[in-house]
Design a protein. Sequence first.
Length: 458
Amino acid sequence: MVEYKFTAQKLNGQSITGSLTADTSSDGKKKIQKLAEKNQLKLVAVEKKSTFLYKAQKGNDKPIRGVQKAFNKKEVEEALARLGYKALTVNKKLIDYQAKPPVSEIVTFVKISSELLDQKLAYGEILTLLINDTQNVTLKNTLKEINNELKKGADSQATFLKYQDVFGKFTAYMLGLASKSGNMAEIYRATAKFLERNQEFRKNMRSALITPMVTVFVLFLAVIFYVGYIFPETAKLFVRFGVELPPMTAFTLKISDFLIGNPYLVAAFCIIPPIALWQFSRTEKGKYLIDQYVLKLPVIGSLVHKTLIEVFCRVFYTLYSGSAESIEPIRIAAEAAGNTYFEDKVKNVAIPLMIKKGIGVTDAFEASGVFTETALSRFHSGEETGTIKNTALQLANYYETETVYKLKNLIELIQVGIAMFIMVVMILLTLVSAETATVRPKTPGTASNTQIVNNNVV
């Protein structure tokens, strides 16, 4: 997220200032331009909030150095002056890039906050304590800015949403909502539970998929090196003597000649498809299609699907307060699931049916086509008995238990499959090497000497 401040003039010459946030710099400038055109304003200045490095001194004390975000240099100097400091140097940071803090750091912040809220500690004091103890620079600076803005009376939800690139969209929304709710500790606790569960699932999925993929990729490179460099050095010796090669050896040598003769084509085949897929996945359509087909994958698709429903139900349980206010919890829960296809079906199919046609939660979920029969059955039961909130929690706990168990089995299955694949590849390489080793070139002149001996006998 980026923040802009603009200064403009009305038609009567009156000067006005304002600020807004956007996902990117280009979006921010477009918003300001549209705002100016709509209200017939003449833009005087547009400034982006940046990071400034300063060196300041109070009286005869030792100079201190610090970092401050502001729209311009003058703002930093005025802020230091209010604190009794004289600005010695104030310079804009050349590379204003902050790496996103690890998920573990955010989980720790949310979890500790929920525990301190349970102890009835004021939220301002909690932020001060965590700012002092947080090691990650990005998170530390973010918490400082949030604390300063909240002290000035800023809206908590708008404040946290400004930093959704740090916390994530769902987490920022939940933390901002918590300050307005009547049970801040419960929302923080539910958010911490969601983040821990999400982190654990991603970690297990990486263990199940990434490690085997890296292993297969390294094995692929090793086979390419063997077939393209080591094997030809031996096999071509027999070709020079005119020896007929066995089938596997001859086929492998053809592959080797192709790899050596077309290195750029082979490199392009190995590099371009992954990069193209990665770029496609970053587009809105690409992300939608990938998220859709992930749910259709054998074994893994079912696991991911049930995890999405688990997350949806857990967030829905936290936010749901009654049937009259069910739309907003459903929308937020769909966004929290983290799957574009799932989110689209809930927000653009289920919710419109509930609003326009007034159909029930279960029928709307069934029409979306992204809920399992088990989930629909449980929601139907909860809707009839008026216990849909508790039903959502039960369903979340049920799917959590099931997915944790099945994920462990999946990891073991993938590890066995990768081991079998490596074994098959090694056996094929061994067979080719063994076949090559059995080739015996004829001794030069053997045939002619035999013919001479036969003539003498006759």
